[in-house]
Design a protein around this ligand. Structure first.
Ligand code: NAD
Ligand code: TYD
Length: 330
């Protein structure tokens, strides 16, 4: 099968491209190469590459020529950046999704739209996990833009009969994740003896999903999901401070590096997903966060300084200053 992987130079998209290519599928990547896109992520992956924007119908038509399916990973994906500047999120995450749907509609392609547990918003401690029927209550400009993309998918399924599906995955971890997100930021800062900026009390809870388990879920949905359906992909729930303590253990960093800083505005306390629907389709996770998953990830960053060190200069420094300088100043 010839498959268009949009956002394939990013974290999860590049793992997905590697997974499909290893099975002999023909992989075409369309990626705008924003700050988060990195062709080095695809170094060992057989693929055809197109640099372009999913919100540009011509770029999409060119890249999608001859493809039977689109799997959409392309997004502005970081909550803190969406608080600093929401507009780009709406362009890519909402309008980009719509352009891809329009292409799928007119060319009769299957489309899997990769979304997030964040569209359901905060799940209070003790409240049941979200099912695919739970209401969308996004809190951040990022999650609101992802919810907007999801609603475009739902509308295109219902109105135009497009063969589209949605996955909503938990916080994903593994190799090749851009070091702005919690785990790679804290792991690489720990290696460099830099502060570990914990937002607020650090009692927030996230579900952690290994990138390979996430990609296996998306592949299963692509191959066997029922048209028009939504599938949650859950992880293992942990409190942020427990994860920070584990990172200190695994890196051997000084616990004094931990600094509680001003909280993220609108910060969701907890996400929780019920993924029985996906499990009924045949998915089960193979990686355990505490039983090797986090340890293996820390080891990858330890062994691949040449991958992440260059990323932490230039544009990243400007972002880091804006996001953390005031928070970290005494
Ligand atoms: P990422 O930020 O690492 O990668 C995003 C990729 O999309 C980059 O390569 C970037 O260059 C590309 N891109 C951005 N705008 C584009 C545009 N307009 N046109 C073409 N390409 C563009 O993101 P990720 O963490 O790999 O996330 C991939 C998808 O999975 C996103 O849709 C995200 O919402 C979703 N998701 C992520 C997580 C997570 O924990 N990382 C969890 C659940 C769902
Ligand atoms: P993040 O990786 O940004 O993912 P999410 O989209 O779930 O917010 O953050 C994961 C958790 O870690 C979240 O509760 C916010 C917290 N966090 C910090 O405490 N400090 C940081 O510098 C970052 C980036 C995140």
């Amino acid at each position: 099968m010839r498959i268009l992987v949009t956002g394939g130079a990013g974290f999860i998209g590049s793992h997905f491209a590697r997974r499909l290519a290893a099975q002999g599928e023909e992989v075409v990547v369309l990626d705008r190469l924003t700050y988060a896109g990195n062709r080095a992520n695809l170094e060992d992956v057989a693929h055809e590459f197109h640099q372009g924007d999913i919100a540009d119908p011509r770029a999409v038509a060119e890249a999608a020529a001859g493809c039977e399916a689109i799997v959409n990973f392309a997004a502005e994906s970081h909550v803190d950046r969406s608080i600093l500047g929401p507009a780009e999120f709406i362009r890519t995450d909402v309008m980009g999704a719509q352009v891809l749907l329009e292409h799928a509609r007119h060319n009769k392609l299957r489309m899997v739209h990769v979304s997030t547990d964040e569209v359901y918003g905060d799940v209070p401690l003790g409240a049941p996990a979200c099912t695919e029927e739970s209401p969308l209550r996004p809190s951040s400009p990022y999650s609101a833009s992802k919810a907007g993309g999801d609603l475009q998918v739902v509308a295109y399924v219902r109105t135009f009969g497009v063969d589209a599906l949605i996955t909503r995955g938990a916080n994903t971890y593994g190799s090749h994740q851009y070091p702005e997100k919690f785990l790679p930021l804290f792991i690489t800062n720990a290696f460099d003896g830099q502060p570990l900026p914990v937002y607020g009390d650090g009692r927030q809870r996230r579900e952690w999903l290994h990138v390979e388990d996430h990609c296996a879920a998306i592949e299963l949905v692509l191959r066997a999901g029922a048209s028009g359906e939504i599938y949650n992909v859950s992880g293992q729930e942990r409190e942020n401070m427990d994860v920070v303590r584990r990172i200190l253990d695994l890196t051997g960093a000084n616990p004094d590096l931990v600094q509680h800083v001003a909280d993220r505005p609108g910060h969701d306390r907890r996400y929780a997903l019920d993924s029985s629907k996906l499990r009924a389709l045949g998915w089960s996770p193979k990686h355990s966060f505490d039983g090797g998953g986090l340890e293996e990830t820390v080891a990858w960053y330890r062994g691949h300084r040449e991958w992440w060190e260059p990323l932490k200069s230039g544009e990243y420094r400007a972002y880091y200053e804006q996001q953390y300088a005031a928070r970290l100043s005494p």
